[in-house]
Ligand binder design. Sequence first.
Ligand SMILES: [Zn+2]
Length: 421
Amino acid sequence: MAKVEASIGNHLDLPEFNVINRQESPSGDILYTVEPKEAPAKCPSCGGKLNIHKKVERKVKDLDEFGKQVGILVKGRSYICKACGETVRVDYPSLHKQMTQRLAEHIMRDTFREGTFTEVAKKYHVSTSTAKELFEERGRERWAEYRLITPTVLGIDEVHLNNAYYGVFVRVDKQNGGIIELSEKRTKQAIIEVLERMDQPENLKFVTIDMWRPYADAVHSVFPEVPVVVDHFHVIKELTRSLDSVRSETCKRISNVRERKSLKRNRFLLLSNHDSLSPKDIKFLQELFDNYPQFKIPYDLKESFRNIYSLAKSREEAMQFFHEWCDECKRLKVTAFDKFIGMVYNWQQEIFAYFDYPDLDRTNAQTESFNRSIRNVARDGRGYSFENLRTKMIFQEKTPDSTRFDFDAFLLINDDDTDDE
Ligand SMILES: [Zn+2]
């Protein structure tokens, strides 16, 4: 019990200071007045003896105490060196500018988690610009120790934020996947600049990209030996987009607003993978085909293209399936996929290279690490400068899933004390 009592009342747990007063304002804010325990022994520049120069008061914010805001008035002194004449202001490790170090640490930690600078600032009763400055300070520390190591599989993707496209470099790895670099542009030159900066380039086995030519060109120019693969989810995304254009063409011709909206709302039935639909959704999909028979054939073609990815055992087989699929589109007089087919031909080298690495289950790893990393930042990063966006993308920390208080952790720790009862 004694230990718990010690932390209530006139004890702030700031090792350099003695509390000399504690006041509470009518609104419930708390002000501590503290004094340094020790005066500095000698001049930090020359080692000479010090004279007290004058009293210095410093106002410092601290973490809340029992839900109340806490301020600390530090009654310190500045000194003058007898030998060199320099004025000496004492630096206390437990203080950070206008706040305690522990408050600064909390703010820094939170700015690297989910949430905007404004949200963090509100939580700790500081200004948004203070939260941002602390984020930038911690960011500079992180960058100083960061090494851009080439992964075995590198994914290059992009994110559209604040009306700009950024090139995103992902380490494709189920366990340790994540964003490793962000470039301000996604031009060939910008991508080359990042690729050339990467440490241990010998690690690289292959690169996965979406269908953006500058990515492929940049990789070929820096790593001419490394295969470039267009990942299957990028291909399916384009395929699905083509199918959705059939749906939106139909929508345009529907005059009934409610019907039009309902079709738009239910487009996921068409666009989702059939095997991920629930039995209920499959029933709805059937009803959709009853009402709009024109969707049925394009839909089946979408699904049969997807099957290429699960059935083909080699690049040759995949290409053969693809040609058969194109013939089927022609035979059924479906033109909705014409643009898509053109794209597959344009990218056939990279798209069918996918089938050269059948044992590498990398596709979902890339999507997952990419989405995980980007989800929060995309939402919170509106108005961020590019540098801050980049820092947050790369060094963001996981927000704990649960903030529920864990009593069990304490019962375990306190096992030794139960003898006293
Ligand atoms: Zn001196």
